[in-house]
Design a protein around this ligand. Structure first.
Ligand SMILES: *Cc1c(COP(=O)(O)O)cnc(C)c1O
Length: 355
C-alpha cells in the first residue's frame, strides 16, 4: 500500500533525493568509495558543501554580508549558540511554543531575557500580533513555525534590533526577506534534509560584539572562517541537503514551494472546517501551512483511537498529534504532494460517513 508520510520530523523527502543520497552511500560519484567513508577534506567532497551553500544563497536570495554554515547539534544547540555569540546584556524573545520556550531558557543563562509576548495563555494556539521590541536588547528571537502547535508567523518582522529566527520547520517553504534577519537557523530534518545537520544563515557584522570568551566550537566565527570544515561536518546529511536544494530549484524555487504549501494547506484546512467530526486547534489567522493540527470535536472524542487506526489502514503515517496538543497533526512539508493531502481528506470524509 502507498504510504503518505505526515511525520513532523525527521520527515518526508522527495523520492529522488532519497535515491540520490542512497546511491552516493553505495558509491560516491564513481570514486569506488561510499560517501560514508569519504573524507570531508576529499577533493570531491568540497564541491558538495560549496554547492549547497551557493544554492541556499540563490534560493533564498541571501544578500552580500551573510554566511551560510552547516553544523551539528540540531536547532537545540543554536538555542545556546545564539545567546553565547550575541547576548551581551539583554535579549528579547517571542514565546510561541515549547521550542521558543526552550530557546529562551538557554538565553537566561547568559543575561536578562525579556519576553515581548506569549501565547501560552491559550496553549500557544495563536501568534501574538502586537508587541513592543525593546530597542536596548541585543536581538529579538522568534520561532517562525511552531511545529507542535501548528501556528506560523508568515511575515518577516521589521525589527530595530537584530532579528534571530528558528526556521527549523518552515525554511524554504516561502520566500523570506533575509535582509531583515541577523540569524536564521534550523535543524535540517523537517524541510531541508535528513537528520544530523543544522543550517545557519548569519549576517557577519552582528558577530564579535560580546565581551565573554566563546569556546571555539560554539563561536560562529570559527565555522564561518573554516567554511563549515573546522571539524568533521555531517557529510551525508549535507549531501542530502544538496540533493534537496537541487530538487527545490528544479521545481521552481521557493515561490513554487509556497504556491504548493498554500494549495496543500487549503485542501486540508477546508476539510477540517467542513467535516462534522473535526476542529482545527490553531486560530485561523495563525494557521501553519507546514503542520496542520486538528482534534475531534468534544462529542466525538471517543473516536480518537478508531480514527488513528482507520488513517493508518489507509496508508497515513505520522498523523498522531503531539502530546501537548493531542488529536492529529498532518505535517505537510515541501515534499508532500497534493495527492497525499487529498488522500488524507478522503480518509477524513470516509470516516465521517461511518459515524
Ligand atoms: C524540531 C524543532 C527544533 C529542535 O530541533 P533539533 O534539531 O532536534 O534540536 C527546534 N525548533 C523547532 C521549531 C523545531 O521544529
Amino acid at each position: 500500500m502507498k504510504k503518505y508520510n505526515f511525520n513532523a520530523g525527521p520527515s518526508i523527502l522527495p523520492k529522488e533525493v532519497i535515491e540520490a543520497t542512497a546511491a552516493a552511500c553505495i558509491e560516491f560519484e564513481g570514486s569506488g568509495l561510499s560517501l560514508m567513508e569519504t573524507s570531508h577534506r576529499a577533493k570531491n567532497f568540497q564541491p558538495v558543501v560549496d554547492e549547497a551553500v551557493a544554492l541556499l544563497k540563490e534560493l533564498l536570495s541571501i544578500p552580500e554580508g551573510y554566511s551560510v554554515i552547516f553544523l551539528g547539534g540540531g536547532a537545540s544547540l543554536e538555542f545556546c549558540m545564539v545567546p553565547y555569540n550575541l547576548l551581551e546584556k539583554k535579549a528579547a524573545y517571542l514565546n510561541t511554543g515549547v521550542w521558543a520556550t526552550k530557546a529562551q531558557k538557554e538565553a537566561r543563562l547568559f543575561g536578562e531575557v525579556v519576553e515581548v509576548a506569549s501565547s501560552k495563555d491559550k496553549n500557544f494556539t495563536y501568534i501574538p500580533k502586537q508587541f513592543d521590541i525593546p530597542t536596548d536588547a541585543d536581538y529579538l528571537h522568534v520561532t517562525t513555525n511552531n511545529t507542535i502547535y501548528g501556528t506560523e508567523l508568515l511575515r518577516d518582522i521589521d525589527s530595530p534590533i537584530p532579528l534571530v529566527a528558528d526556521m527549523s520547520s518552515d525554511i524554504l517553504s516561502r520566500p523570506v526577506d533575509v535582509s531583515k534577519y541577523g540569524i536564521i537557523y534550523g535543524g535540517a530534518q523537517k524541510n531541508l534534509s535528513m537528520a544530523g545537520v543544522t543550517f545557519v544563515i548569519i549576517k557577519e557584522d552582528i558577530l564579535g560584539h560580546v565581551s565573554r570568551p566563546i569556546p571555539t566550537m560554539l563561536d560562529y566565527r570559527t565555522h564561518i572562517k573554516k567554511g563549515s570544515m573546522f571539524n568533521t561536518p555531517p557529510t551525508v546529511p549535507i549531501y542530502c541537503a544538496l540533493q534537496n536544494l537541487k530538487w527545490i530549484k528544479k521545481q521552481g524555487g521557493v515561490e513554487a514551494m509556497e504556491r504548493r504549501a498554500i494549495e496543500r494547506a487549503e485542501i486540508v484546512y477546508s476539510e477540517i472546517d467542513r467535516n462534522k467530526l473535526f476542529v482545527g486547534t490553531a486560530e485561523e489567522d495563525s494557521r501553519s501551512r507546514m503542520n496542520i493540527t486538528f482534534v475531534l470535536k468534544d462529542e466525538y472524542q471517543d473516536l480518537q483511537d478508531e480514527f488513528m487506526a482507520f488513517a493508518t489502514s489507509r496508508g497515513m503515517v505520522g498523523v498522531k498529534g503531539h502530546r501537548d496538543v493531542g488529536g492529529f497533526r498532518a505535517s505537510c512539508y515541501n515534499a508532500m504532494s497534493v495527492e497525499g493531502c487529498l488522500a488524507l481528506v478522503a480518509c477524513m470524509k470516509d470516516f465521517e460517513a461511518q459515524h
